[in-house]
Design a protein around this ligand. Structure first.
Ligand SMILES: [Fe+2]
Length: 511
């Protein structure tokens, strides 16, 4: 690996200096979009939406859940053979009747493989052989944007039904909706769909649209799910309380659980008196703050560094010496001490930070933010081009060699101890650097290979563990003049200030 090249300062274009310190629920958008218009107008134009109709669960909800339950049904774990079928991206938002996104909604899908077989033990409905490479089931926990994403295939046909994907959504508090998604333009008499009132059918019969330029002919479908939901607005507890379902999650992927040395997000009530991130004065020398505004978090009685505190959310760094297995997390503040919450400490919990719509948080080596041009209103994002040197960011990727000083901020870069493979779809992409660039913050440097236009799923595998969710990278060859490779593809590292901004930028739930 080449010697790291350090850029003294790279400024994300358009970030007003004055915006620093005014983080809101979506700092990134708030700070960069036109006065936060995009996210605040929702309330102004609130209208009552039609509820998504409930439909039968059917007999094939998995009777034994697969080991791999991520949002990529196309690839099982680190298999490199994808499922057979037409690739389809299913995305949308979970909303309440006023159109407000619901955080912490668990979206489960299950569906037939290309031949019509389910992974259920009675699910060989087409009488044939199940596609061994099709996951058949996936789950996704929403962030405050309410967004979800799955990569799957267009479901196969089986007798008696038209093509469909089963959905089950479980909201915080336990309310559930079971429903099904169909393909616009498909004909056939379907008893389940017929039972949906005609006026509600457009909500579940959606267009599956070819993605322009997709080399594999992938389809995209959007399916917003509207549910009857009122957040429990009971009296706010006086002492800190941790949300019981998925209250402690990986800060990048929102998967429940935590890994040593990774960033986690804790959801609850009365967690902190006010919202703020750590500031320079919170550091004692280079020691990371373990108390902000009187708020402290311990995991198995070890203090966790705190990056962000607010009444409903904390961001904490899991101490690197916490042992694997069930652990107890406690929040303490000026009003009291929480009940201990259980959290599973995993050896690794790898995942990439993302921008909206599950696009991976990617930065070109010159500081340009990468994504489809319309990703964030008012913010310049550009697709990645073949040959671009780009950087991705994540947490939970495990030990480095050497290890940085525990519980302290540091300069420099610490490469991962074990091998890591990064893939764009099934293409393995060499990494010029993979390792820690800040406490709990992992960076991956790569050169975009010469790929056809399209959205690619970004995954990585570290010590046999695959990233917990797929994220997307938009690649476009426009302006690509046959450049083979960035002339200077040696690792690029940004300033500490850049990384601080980046962490704020990708935390979609602050506030
Ligand atoms: Fe079915």
């Amino acid at each position: 690996m080449n010697a790291p090249k350090r850029l003294t300062e790279v400024v994300i274009r358009g970030v007003p200096a004055a915006a620093r310190g005014t983080w809101d629920r979506r700092w990134f958008v708030k700070a960069l979009a036109v006065g936060g218009l995009y996210y605040t107008q929702r309330g102004l134009f609130a209208e009552v939406l039609t509820l998504t109709p409930a439909q039968t669960q059917g007999p094939y909800y998995p009777d034994r859940l697969p080991l791999d339950q991520d949002n990529d049904l196309l690839i099982i774990n680190d298999n490199i053979t994808p499922a057979v079928g037409t690739v389809a991206f299913i995305s949308g938002r979970v909303l309440d009747r006023t159109g407000t996104p619901i955080r912490g909604a668990l979206v489960e899908i299950w569906q037939a493989d290309h031949r019509g077989n389910y992974i259920h033990s009675q699910g060989l409905v087409a009488g044939g052989v199940r596609d061994p490479n099709f996951q058949g089931y996936g789950r996704f926990l929403t962030a405050s944007s309410g967004e979800y994403l799955f990569r799957t295939i267009k479901p196969g046909l089986y007798p008696g039904r038209i093509r469909h994907v089963h959905f089950k959504i479980t909201l915080p508090g336990g309310r559930t909706l079971t429903t099904q998604l169909y393909i616009e333009g498909e004909t056939g008499n379907d008893g389940v769909l017929n039972a949906v009132p005609v006026a509600q059918r457009p909500a579940v019969v959606r267009p599956w649209v070819p993605i322009p330029g997709s080399a594999v002919g992938a389809l995209a479908v959007t399916f917003d799910i509207v549910m009857d939901y009122t957040p429990a607005d009971g009296p706010t507890p006086s002492r800190p309380t941790i949300v019981s379902f998925a209250g402690i999650v990986n800060a990048a992927t929102y998967s429940p659980g935590a890994a040593p040395g990774s960033w986690i997000t804790i959801f609850g009530d009365s967690l902190a008196p006010q919202a703020r991130t750590w500031r320079e004065e919170d550091f004692a020398g280079d020691s990371l703050p373990t108390e902000l505004d009187g708020v402290a978090v311990t995991i198995e009685d070890r203090p966790a560094a705190l990056y962000y505190v607010s009444p409903k959310q904390l961001n904490a760094l899991v101490p690197s010496d916490v042992a694997e297995g069930p652990a107890r997390l406690v929040v303490r503040n000026g009003s009291g001490i929480s009940e201990p919450a259980g959290v599973e400490i995993k050896r690794l919990s790898p995942g990439f930070f993302t921008f909206p719509r599950e696009y991976v948080a990617a930065v070109r080596s010159d500081g340009a933010l990468l994504g489809p041009p319309d990703l964030i209103p008012g913010v310049a994002t550009v697709p990645a081009r073949p040959g671009d040197a780009i950087l991705l960011f994540g947490t939970g990727f495990g030990p480095t060699s050497p290890e940085p000083p525990a519980g302290r901020r540091f300069q420099g870069a610490y490469p991962l101890a074990g091998p890591v493979q990064l893939r764009l779809d099934t293409y393995e992409v060499p990494l010029a650097f993979a390792g820690l660039v800040g406490p709990g913050l992992y960076q991956f440097n790569l050169t975009v290979p010469d790929l056809p236009d399209g959205d690619y799923s970004v995954t990585a595998q570290v010590q046999g563990v695959r990233t917990e969710k797929i994220a997307l990278l938009r690649v476009e060859r426009r302006n690509f003049a046959g450049r083979k490779r960035d002339p200077d593809a040696s690792p690029v590292f940004f300033s500490r200030r850049f990384y601080r901004r980046l962490l704020r930028m990708v935390d979609r739930d602050m506030g």
